[in-house]
Every structure is written in structure tokens, then in C-alpha cells.
Write a protein that binds this ligand. Structure first.
Ligand code: AMP
Ligand code: GLY
Length: 424
């Protein structure tokens, strides 16, 4: 089988690596790919958001399947376009990917189907938004853009002044463009946050191992929000009771709600959940694998990803038993100095050949005459597996020390909170 993977980050490297293991996959292509991916797949220069270009590429290379990994092409309808062209594709159609693309949509869905989430109001004008905040009179207040905003469209305002600045930046000053023309104002929740991703064929869901992402740039959750600076799996807070609660109140009802709404969700549904003192609450949905959660979790997938992908596409997921390695996984992201703000690229990466017993997924890299150079903010993901979380973390941190490039930095406290819970 010939597979084309759309995207070019660490997540896509992890997807390519998992598909490469399948005896059924004879040819792997990726667009645009990256330096690391180019070692295991043929990379093509297409932009991940170029729908027509991707359909043409899939036709040219006669791809049997296309795996669309990032949110942008999914919300733009790449799967719809591929299917219309008679090409089998993995990922939700645009009418289901909207669960990530519009918070206004996802909040209304949760309200209608009584899926637990923070209470909220929705606004397009400053005055009613500010009136709502004053009426609620509860701080912090959470102010969110309706649309996609590269993880930056959430502002936690500590007081009325900060709330006003946030509301105006979105609705008046257009700081987030069209994504911020409508905003959601939400109740502030507290508790440990977990990531649950589930394969779904539109009818049933098969949840993966739980994970915890680390979104802030620096240690102790300081600095700006990023796509994620590291993750661990499984999440120690996710005990049997939490698992049952999430499955019964969140995961299954969401799959059911989307089907009833005529938007069957086929692909990977990502639930960001906060385990609050009053129960599990959805913080947000994503319509795809998380990054770096995919790099953390896919090495634990024992079942062939190609088999899972086809079971989803053919709507026979409930017949497939998906198996997971029961070890712990820890993934640390190496980033370019300055990320998530301004950073330089083009620096040679050294030491990659010196590491052992870890999995390296490239994110922002390029390869030139068998040398690797930095080409993005998040650059490399170093994942280690171990019987316990401690061993997995120790391995990842021992080996990451051997890799270097100018300005490289990484968080030193990935998994520390989880360790403190496990080791109580
Ligand atoms: P999001 O982009 O929706 O994932 O939000 C980014 C981060 O903001 C989340 O990881 C949470 O830590 C935080 N956040 C979002 N919504 C809330 C909320 N209602 N209460 C508390 N924190 C929140
Ligand atoms: N790691 C969070 C995300 O992929 O959105």
C-alpha cells in the first residue's frame, strides 16, 4: 500500500514511523515532511494547507490512502476533497473537524448534549461581553477566540481591566483576525489537565493511553503557551473512576452527539479534560493527534496503525482489538532559543548519532547532505519508554544531553508533577 501523510512536524514523524512498521505499507510519502521524515518517507514540497495541490499529489503518486494529520487542512476540508476525488483519506471531514475549528460550535454541542464543560457566554460585541463579565464578577475569567489561533487564543484575565484589554484585542483590534471576531467567555476551572485521544469511526470510540502535555514554554509552567514542550503517558491522575466517568459522560456522548448531528467524527478525537473537584470537564476538543502527545503515545501502540486507520475508514473499529504497551512514555521537546516568540534557524544539530534507547522524532528540521539543521521552533522530540515514569524520564533526559544546536533549550521538569503524584 502507498500512503501519503500530510504535515511536517513531530506528530507526522511519529505517524510515519508507526505506519512504516506495517508490513502492508510498501511506500510512504509525506508532504511537506521534514529532515527526519525524509529518512523514512519520500517528501514532497506541498504545503499542508494546499487542498488542490494535495489532491493532485495523491493522484500523481497513486496513493492508496492519505493520512491528514494537522488541524488546518482538516478544518479546510482536505478529507472531503480527497474523497470527492475518489481517494481514501483518514481524518474527519470539515463538518466534523469544526469541533476544533469553532469553539462556538463545540460549546453549543456540549450544552445541547449535556457534556460537562465550563459554563460560558458567546459574544461578537464588546459591550455585552463586558456586561457579562461584570455580571459574573468572578476572576480569573477565561476569554477565548472562537476559531483556530495556534494555541494563543486563550487569555486568562485576573481582573476586570485585563478582561477588557483581552476582549478589545479580539473584538475591536482584530488581534486574532477572523478567529477572534466571535469570543467565548468561560468560567475558570481548576484541577489536573489530561489529554485523552480516541480513534473513532463515527459510531464508536477506542480511547488511547492517557497523557499529560506541558504547554508553557518554561519550567514550573512559566512563559507563554506553546504547542507543547513535552508529555508523559499514562497520566497518573487518570484512575479507573476518572476513566469510567470520562468514557460515560464525555467520550461516548461526544461521538454519539456528532453522529446525531449528521457530522460523524471519523479519525482521532482529542479531548482536553480537566479533572475538577466537581468532576471531569472538557476544556477543548481537537480533531487530530496532539503534538507532542502523538510522539509520546504512538511508540506504545502495539497494533499496526495501518490496520487501525483502515478500520476507522471502513467503520469497523468495534471489531478491532487495539493493544497498548503497558510501559510509561516520556517525551521532551528540544526547541530553538526564543521559541515561541522570535527565533533563528539554520543551525547544525549535533550528537544525534550518540543517543541510544530513545526514539527521536524530528519536528522543525531539514536534512542537507546527511547533516541536520534546525528549521523551526520546536525542533526535536526525544521519547523514552520505561517500566516506570521515573525510568522513562531519566532515559529521555540522559540522552537529550548528548544532542546540541546553537540556542537549544528544553524544559527540565517534564513529568515532575506526575512523578510527585505517583510517588506519594
Ligand atoms: P486551549 O487553547 O483551549 O487548550 O487552552 C489553553 C490552556 O488554557 C489550557 O491548557 C488550560 O490550561 C487553560 N484553560 C482553558 N480554558 C480554561 C478554563 N475554562 N479554566 C481554566 N483554564 C483554562
Ligand atoms: N499538544 C496540544 C495540541 O496538539 O494541541
Amino acid at each position: 500500500m502507498k500512503i501519503l501523510v500530510v504535515g511536517g512536524g513531530g506528530r507526522e514523524h511519529a505517524v510515519c514511523a508507526a505506519l512504516k512498521k506495517s508490513p502492508k505499507v510498501t511506500q510512504l510519502h509525506c508532504a511537506p515532511g521534514n529532515g527526519g521524515i525524509s529518512q523514512i518517507a519520500e517528501c514532497h514540497n506541498n504545503k499542508a494547507t494546499d487542498i488542490d495541490g494535495m489532491v493532485n499529489l495523491a493522484r500523481e503518486i497513486q496513493a492508496d490512502y492519505v493520512f491528514v494529520a494537522p488541524d488546518d487542512p482538516l478544518t479546510l476540508g482536505m478529507v472531503d476533497a480527497l474523497e470527492s476525488a475518489g481517494i481514501k483519506a483518514f481524518g474527519p471531514k470539515a463538518n466534523a473537524a469544526i469541533i476544533e475549528g469553532s469553539k462556538s460550535f463545540s460549546k453549543a454541542l456540549m450544552k445541547k448534549y449535556m457534556i460537562p464543560t465550563a459554563s460560558y457566554g458567546e459574544f461578537t460585541d464588546v459591550e455585552p461581553a463586558m456586561n457579562y463579565i461584570k455580571e459574573q464578577n468572578e476572576f480569573p475569567a477565561v476569554i477565548k477566540c472562537d476559531g483556530l489561533a495556534l494555541g494563543k487564543g486563550v487569555i486568562i484575565a485576573q481582573n476586570l481591566k485585563e478582561a477588557e484589554i483581552a476582549v478589545k484585542s479580539m473584538l475591536e483590534e482584530g488581534k486574532f483576525g477572523d478567529s477572534g471576531k466571535k469570543i467565548i467567555i468561560e468560567e475558570y476551572l481548576t484541577g489536573p489537565e489530561i489529554t485523552i485521544m480516541a480513534f473513532s469511526d463515527g459510531k464508536s470510540a477506542s480511547p488511547m493511553v492517557s497523557a499529560c502535555d506541558h504547554k508553557r514554554a518554561f519550567d514550573n509552567d512559566e512563559g507563554l503557551n506553546t504547542g507543547g514542550m513535552g508529555a508523559i503517558a499514562p497520566a497518573p491522575f487518570y484512575n479507573i473512576d476518572a476513566e469510567r466517568e470520562c468514557l460515560e459522560k464525555i467520550i461516548n456522548p461526544t461521538i454519539y452527539a456528532m453522529a446525531i448531528e449528521g457530522r460523524p467524527f471519523k479519525g482521532i478525537l482529542y479531548f482536553q479534560i480537566m479533572l475538577t473537584p466537581r468532576g471531569a470537564r472538557v476544556i477543548e476538543y481537537n480533531c487530530r493527534f496532539g503534538d507532542p502527545e502523538a510522539q509520546t503515545i504512538l511508540p506504545l501502540l502495539k497494533t499496526d496503525l495501518f490496520e487501525v486507520m483502515t478500520a476507522v475508514i471502513e467503520e469497523r473499529l468495534s471489531d478491532l482489538k487495539i493493544e497498548w504497551d503497558n510501559r510509561h512514555s516520556a517525551c521532551v521537546v528540544m526547541a530553538s532559543g526564543g521559541y515561541p516568540e522570535k527565533y533563528e534557524t539554520g543551525f547544525e544539530i549535533t550528537g544525534l548519532e550518540a543517543v541510544s534507547d530513545v526514539i527521536i522524532h524530528h519536528a522543525g528540521t531539514k536534512r542537507e547532505s546527511n547533516k541536520f539543521f534546525t528549521a523551526g521552533g520546536r525542533t526535536l522530540n526525544i521519547t523514552a519508554l520505561g517500566k516506570g515514569l521515573d525510568t522513562a524520564l531519566e532515559k529521555a533526559y540522559n540522552e537529550i544531553n548528548k544532542i546540541n544546536f546553537k540556542g537549544a533549550f528544553y524544559r527540565r521538569d517534564i513529568g515532575r508533577k506526575a512523578q510527585s503524584i505517583i510517588n506519594i
